[in-house]
Write a protein that binds this ligand. Structure first.
Ligand SMILES: Nc1ncnc2c1ncn2[C@@H]1O[C@H](COP(=O)(O)OP(=O)(O)O)[C@@H](O)[C@H]1O
Ligand SMILES: [Mg+2]
Length: 390
């Protein structure tokens, strides 16, 4: 089973790439489902077929699904939400405010993603291609169980036992709404689902994320941040997909400057995503809609490669505490010894070891710390960050 997450900023070509990837996988014999969790669905438009909330055949061997996130949220979280709303209401927060408190941003998409796990378990498909929402916000949310797992394991069962005993008593003495068993069950179901999907998405053998970008400053910057955060949360990225490259054949002077700019950004991309497969897609002279055109897109993107394979196997970096310091360990398999140069510039580090160059956008947690040293140990470069400067 393989899960491919296609992500990137809005408008870069995620849906096109997801649809083309799925089509190519299906035509190579993999039973494939492409599903969209982006609330701005356009998968049906890309294939020029009608798609709904359940998997629908596009061509034999390929199904498409546009998830109704709101509906999923309702069916899995409804009970808990109703209770919390009642509780907040009791505490004085009313109407809209309570609603805001119990459904946090991105939560609906989280439920859409939870659907991934159902498909993995069902065994109906060999390959799942997910057309994700514009940012990695959801993947950030998926790491919630790390923090909330403690609550679930330690507190929730306890609270539940206590509630069983005190509920009948308390109900009589005060009016605070107490959660019923159905609420606890729904709460547990919620965390169980999220934990399940996180496990699937964080297994590099199963899931690879692919970052789609265009050669524009802001878009590349966003892709780099996403790459950092995916790595930080333990999700494997195997490819950077550069879309809308102006072809060499375009010699119109109007596009000359654009071509130069694209070349500059491409150099940045090659540095920043050095350990990923780099897939390129030219700017076509028309919209790439419908199965026939998407087939061309898939061909150009993957060539001889199997689109479902792991296109790059890497462990981009780890972050861990070492006494008062924090170490950022970058894998540099090619770097034996030689001049190590680490330069910090705002929220980025640039690493040069001999001929090998890498750059990485720092996660927020490291941004407020100073680089105090660096050394090579067994194929890894350890960059040491000192105590936080206040
Ligand atoms: N390389 C390309 N050449 C020409 N048109 C493209 C290319 N990539 C995407 N498009 C078109 O651009 C539009 C937006 O692409 P889409 O895949 O929907 O982006 P996203 O899902 O990232 O918002 C679509 O109409 C699509 O057909
Ligand atoms: Mg889209």
């Amino acid at each position: 089973m393989r899960v491919l997450l296609i992500t990137g900023k809005g408008g870069v070509g995620k849906t096109t790439v997801a649809a083309a990837t799925a089509l190519r996988a299906a035509e190579q014999g993999h039973r494939t489902l492409v599903m969209s969790t982006d609330p701005a669905h356009s998968l049906a438009d890309a294939f020029a077929v009608a798609l709904g909330d359940e998997p629908t055949e596009v061509i034999p061997g390929l199904a498409g699904q546009q998830i109704d996130a709101q509906r999923r949220l309702e069916s899995h979280w409804g009970t808990v939400r109703d209770y919390l709303a009642e509780l907040f209401d009791w505490g004085g927060a009313t109407g809209i405010a309570a609603e805001e408190l119990v459904v946090f941003p991105g939560m609906d998409e989280l439920f859409a993603l939870a659907e991934v796990q159902d498909h993995v378990t069902s065994g109906d498909f060999d390959t799942l291609v997910v057309d994700c929402a514009p940012t990695a916000e959801t993947l950030r949310l998926l790491s919630l169980p790390d923090a909330l797992g403690w609550y679930m394991e330690k507190l929730f069962p306890l609270e539940r036992r206590v509630a069983r005993v005190v509920r009948p008593v308390l109900k009589r003495v005060m009016s605070m709404p107490l959660p019923g068993d159905d609420v606890f069950q729904a709460g547990e179901g919620f965390y169980g689902r999220i934990e399940g999907v996180r496990r699937v998405l964080a297994s590099p053998e199963i899931t690879s994320a692919r970052l789609v970008m265009n050669l524009e400053k802001m878009v590349v910057a966003e892709a780099r941040r996403t790459y950092t955060y995916l790595g930080l949360f333990g999700y494997a990225v195997d490819a950077a997909i550069v879309n809308r490259i102006i072809p060499e054949a375009v010699t119109d002077p109007y596009f000359k400057r654009w071509r130069e700019l694209q070349a500059e950004h491409l150099a940045t991309v090659e540095d920043a995503f050095a350990d990923l497969a780099l897939l390129r897609l030219r700017l076509f002279d028309e919209e790439m809609v419908g199965v026939d055109k998407l087939r061309l897109v898939g061909e150009e993107l993957y060539g001889d490669r199997d689109p479902t394979s792991r296109l790059a196997v890497n462990a981009p970096f780890r972050v861990f505490d070492l006494d008062d310091e924090v170490v950022l360990a970058l894998r540099l398999p090619l770097a034996e010894r030689g001049e190590v140069d680490v330069v910090r510039h705002h929220d980025e580090v640039y690493v040069t070891v001999g001929p090998y160059r890498r750059s990485l956008v720092l996660p927020d947690s490291l941004r407020r710390r100073e680089v105090i040293g660096a050394r090579l140990t067994e194929g890894e470069l350890w960059v040491r960050f000192g105590v936080r400067d206040e």
